[in-house]
Design a protein around this ligand. Structure first.
Ligand code: NAD
Ligand code: MG
Length: 386
């Protein structure tokens, strides 16, 4: 079980819920980081009294330094500041709740500093899974999944002998546009895409849920966490988000993990593993729910899911490219520069048009593939204005 934690991305949806768990179980918090929301970061720092905080934005960091000048809390800035938080010497576990591939370097820094990881930042594994898993093994640290589906699989696997897993069944809510076809989605607004039926999350992952890119990223994430291939991972639409995922074993027994949709269960399990402690999450009442529904995913309308599976099968740097194209596209969609359906097209084009794949690659190759993909996408679509 973790006792002293650093929370990267503490002001976001996962970050604030992590601090709820820390508060409830008296975990010590030694570092907090944010992109630019210094009002909330200051409040968190005053409550948890970490040794340090870091803010990506230099100007915001300078303001926070002034605001916290009556405390002993050190304030750092930029990417180096965030990496410092990942390496903070007092902490045993780093919670990575940063959004996007910006979480990759802090993840690697934490592992190299010998920290266990509670990983929400799935883009880290999508873009750099090979390097991250290699580093986890060579530094002998633990990697606990926070993503609810992967936590569910991890929970289901407890007590199953090695080699008994046949298949992973990742559940998906279907997002804001379940049941819609391409023609229904031509003119959907940012606001419509941001309204998720079951989960309150950051903007990027909510759009990823609407396009089902999120499930595609999660298939790739699962392949690294549980050492399996695309063909061993099924996706099942389950509208109610009560079954968080399932595993099928060699004898065809299926084990599922259920609970009300509340991220504090997977966050807490990643921090208290292997203990099961009381939680503020409501009890699940299945008789109240009455029934649950299941459907096959629509790979044509939600093409991002198909493209991610294709990128996983191709391997190498393809998943990095799919992720980078999606990050750029989602940013542009949120700024209303492109339409909703463009996101899937952009991710598809990026993967189909990528010609610099390598089977053997290092961190620089990943960062270069990420950067070049973003440049290409911005060059083609960045001047649009709908
Ligand atoms: P969010 O947007 O609410 O929060 C992101 C946090 O990261 C904020 O603290 C922000 O200040 C910080 N941040 C943003 N950009 C940064 C950068 N470039 N460098 C450093 N810090 C930066 O996002 P979220 O919904 O909490 O999601 C965080 C991660 O967890 C994502 O990878 C997401 O896919 C994953 N996740 C989230 C949920 C959820 O319920 N929110 C569930 C499963 C997985
Ligand atoms: Mg998830």
């Amino acid at each position: 079980m973790a006792s002293v934690i650093s929370v990267l991305g503490s002001t976001g949806s996962i970050g604030t819920q992590t601090l709820d768990v820390a508060r409830m179980h008296g975990l010590k918090v030694t570092a907090l980081t944010a992109n630019s929301n210094i009002e909330l970061l200051e409040k968190q720092a005053r409550e948890f009294q970490p040794k340090m905080v870091a803010v990506l934005d230099m100007g915001a960091a300078a303001q926070l330094k002034v605001a916290l000048s009556d405390t002993n809390i050190d304030v750092f800035c930029g990417e180096e500041g965030i990496i410092k938080a990942a390496e903070e010497k007092n902490c045993d576990t780093v919670v990575n709740a940063i959004v996007g591939v910006a979480g990759l370097l802090p993840t690697l820094a934490a592992i190299k500093a010998g920290k266990n990881l509670a990983l929400a930042n799935k883009e880290t594994l999508v873009a750099g899974g090979k390097l991250v898993m290699k580093a986890v093994n060579s530094y002998g640290v633990k990697l606990y999944p926070v993503d609810s589906e992967h936590s569910a699989v991890f929970q289901c696997l407890q007590g199953c002998p090695k080699g008994s897993l046949k298949k992973i069944i990742l559940t998906a809510s279907g997002g804001s546009f379940f049941g819609k076809k391409r023609e229904d989605l031509e003119n959907v607004s940012v606001k419509q895409a941001l309204s998720h039926p079951n989960w309150e999350m950051g903007a990027k992952i909510t759009i990823d849920s609407a396009t089902m890119m999120n499930k595609g990223l999660e298939v790739i994430e699962a392949s690294w966490l549980f050492d399996c291939k695309d063909k061993d991972i099924d996706v099942l639409i389950h509208r109610e988000s009560i079954i968080h995922s399932m595993i099928q074993l060699k004898d065809n027994a299926v084990i599922a993990q259920l609970g009300v949709p509340d991220m504090r269960i997977p966050i807490q399990y990643a921090l208290t593993y292997p203990k099961r402690l009381p939680s503020p999450v409501k009890e699940l009442d299945l008789s109240d729910l009455g029934s649950m529904s299941f459907y096959r995913p629509d790979y044509e309308t939600f093409s991002c899911l198909a493209v991610c599976r294709d990128a996983l099968r191709r391997g190498g740097l393809y998943p990095t490219v799919a992720n980078a194209a999606n990050e750029s596209a989602v940013e542009m969609f949120l700024r209303e520069q492109i339409r909703f359906l463009d996101i899937g097209d952009i991710v598809g084009e990026a993967v189909a048009g990528f010609t610099d794949n390598k089977d053997s690659f290092d961190l620089d190759d990943i960062l270069a593939a990420d950067r070049q993909t973003r440049i290409k996408v911005r060059e083609k679509y960045g001047h649009n204005n709908y």
